[in-house]
Design a protein around this ligand. Structure first.
Ligand SMILES: [Zn+2]
Length: 109
């Protein structure tokens, strides 16, 4: 049984089901369990979260895409403002600005 560095130095992640942070280890049966909801897993697998990792990576990709959309939107707005300054294009420009403001507000919450 490997009782070396990994177990000692690796910080146990919170419970994936309830978010509980009191995680107990039963070394004899190689089990970690959540003191709050009793969710359990092999010691080696407790910190393995393939779906969470995938979702985090996807979140990073989407946020980066949103940044690009907002950047392009700001550029588009700027361009339109110049082009439509003296024409009836203001409604569209304001519509885009509102949408960007809305997206930015949503992301901050
Ligand atoms: Zn739990």
């Amino acid at each position: 049984m490997d009782s070396g560095g990994a177990g000692m130095s690796e910080i146990l992640q919170p419970c994936p089901f309830c978010g509980g942070t009191k995680i107990c280890t039963e070394k004899g049966i190689n089990l970690n369990y959540c003191d709050n909801c009793s969710a359990e897993s092999n010691v080696e697998r407790w910190n393995t979260r393939p779906i969470e990792d995938e979702l985090r990576a996807e979140n990073v990709r989407l946020n980066s895409w949103l940044d690009e959309v907002i950047k392009q939107g700001n550029y588009l707005e700027h361009t339109l403002r110049l082009a439509y300054e003296h024409v009836n294009g203001h409604a569209f420009v304001h519509g885009w600005r509102d949408m960007v403001n809305h997206i930015q507000k949503e992301r901050e919450e």
